[in-house]
Write a protein that binds this ligand. Structure first.
Ligand SMILES: Cc1cc2nc3c(=O)[nH]c(=O)nc-3n(C[C@H](O)[C@H](O)[C@H](O)COP(=O)(O)OP(=O)(O)OC[C@H]3O[C@@H](n4cnc5c(N)ncnc54)[C@H](O)[C@@H]3O)c2cc1C
Length: 327
């Protein structure tokens, strides 16, 4: 197998013609992360005329230092994985417009149009929305500096790097509590820090509070991440008294939710209570001909392999939809 990594994110696609604004494409994929790129490949392999419009080629994978949980690609770095995705897609000559932000969407009968921030608009028989999500941040000193050097946003992804270490989890909802329980299986000690009361399901809270390696600090704000080359602890503040103290530790998982990048699709599509696009098992949304995939949807678990799989599902569904619809 050839695993040539010489393809670069900026390479290869510069010679593609710009998309024709007058053409009626079969599929336009909005978003160039794992979900969108795989959707585009599956659509191209079905012989559909497809293009990708994405703000940032590669998506969140570019923010990931090492990906250890993508089957068959052990320990690939995030940028390397994005390069492989793009290189594979380039085999099918699919145009990928980088820096293309979709700011509006409208439909005339079964034809859907998207408008870019630059004013150009493009039309398609089907849209696949794969605009991903953005992890919520604490917004405190040291958070950015130690991101990837102790501070993480995905315990499922990076938890194993903290085996035998002392870690903190910021947050009090289901994902924070589940992250603490998962981390406690491998870390030496886990401390959940939350500014108010726990909002997770009672069954999870009971397991959390009875776990011998988990401590819970409620009414406590994290105000700073400290360290030198890597994170070495936190400064926390008592929400009632304002008293501050330093706590040593090797890692901090910020598990306070994701903001789905629904953008202009919010006004067209039914959203979940968490603001995610509601999509069925086939990736169909509330509007015929508009499909969704990856982190922007209400599918559980925000992971690369899941985004990739849902991109394939959305493309196959779009193909069936186009075949049975009169345009
Ligand atoms: C720090 C970090 C580490 C992670 N580590 C791992 C890991 O080790 N393993 C793992 O499985 N998962 C990991 N994840 C999660 C994983 O990266 C995501 O689940 C995955 O990238 C989701 O893919 P996606 O295609 O749905 O969305 P994204 O990757 O978010 O891609 C969305 C795409 O849509 C574009 N976009 C957004 N809005 C618009 C718009 N209006 N117009 C046009 N384009 C738009 C974006 O620019 C981007 O191209 C990590 C996440 C983070 C933040």
């Amino acid at each position: 197998m050839n695993l040539d990594l010489s393809f670069h994110l900026d390479a290869g696609l510069g010679s593609k013609p710009a998309l024709d604004p007058d053409a009626l494409h079969d599929v336009l994929v909005v978003g160039a992360g794992p979900a969108g790129l795989n959707a585009a490949m599956y659509a191209a392999r079905k012989g559909l005329d497809v293009a990708v419009l994405g703000k940032r080629k590669g998506g969140q994978v570019l923010d990931t230092s090492a990906v250890d949980n993508y089957l068959g690609l052990d320990g690939v770095d995030g940028e390397g994985l994005a390069e492989r995705f793009l290189k594979h897609l380039s085999k099918y000559s699919v145009p990928v417009l980088d820096g293309a932000e979709v700011v509006d969407v409208f439909s005339q009968g079964p034809v859907h149009s998207v408008v870019l921030s630059t004013g150009e608009s493009y039309r398609a028989r089907a849209l696949i929305v794969a605009t991903g999500s953005t992890p919520r941040r604490l917004g405190i000193p040291g958070e950015d500096r130690f991101a990837g050097k102790g501070v993480g946003y995905c315990a499922i992804c990076d938890g194993p790097l903290f085996a035998g270490k002392d870690v903190f989890v910021a947050g009090g909802g289901n994902s924070a509590v589940q992250a603490a329980l998962d981390l406690a299986q491998m870390s030496r000690a886990v401390t959940v820090v939350h500014r108010s009361r726990l909002r997770a399901d009672q069954v999870l809270v009971d397991r959390l509070l009875s776990h011998s390696r988990i401590a819970v600090l409620l009414g406590t704000r994290i105000v700073e991440v400290t360290g030198q080359a890597a994170m070495d602890g936190l400064v926390v503040e008592d929400a009632a008294t304002g008293a501050r103290r330093a706590l040593p530790g090797d890692g901090l998982f910020v598990e306070i939710g994701h903001l789905p990048n629904v953008g202009p699709f919010a006004k067209r599509l039914v959203l979940s209570e968490h603001g995610e696009i509601v999509a069925d098992a086939r990736g169909a949304t509330s509007v015929p001909g508009i499909f969704a995939a990856g982190d922007v949807t209400d599918f559980p678990y925000k992971q690369i392999v899941i985004a990739v799989g849902s991109g394939a599902t959305a493309a196959l569904s779009a193909n069936e939809y186009i075949a049975r619809t009169a345009f």
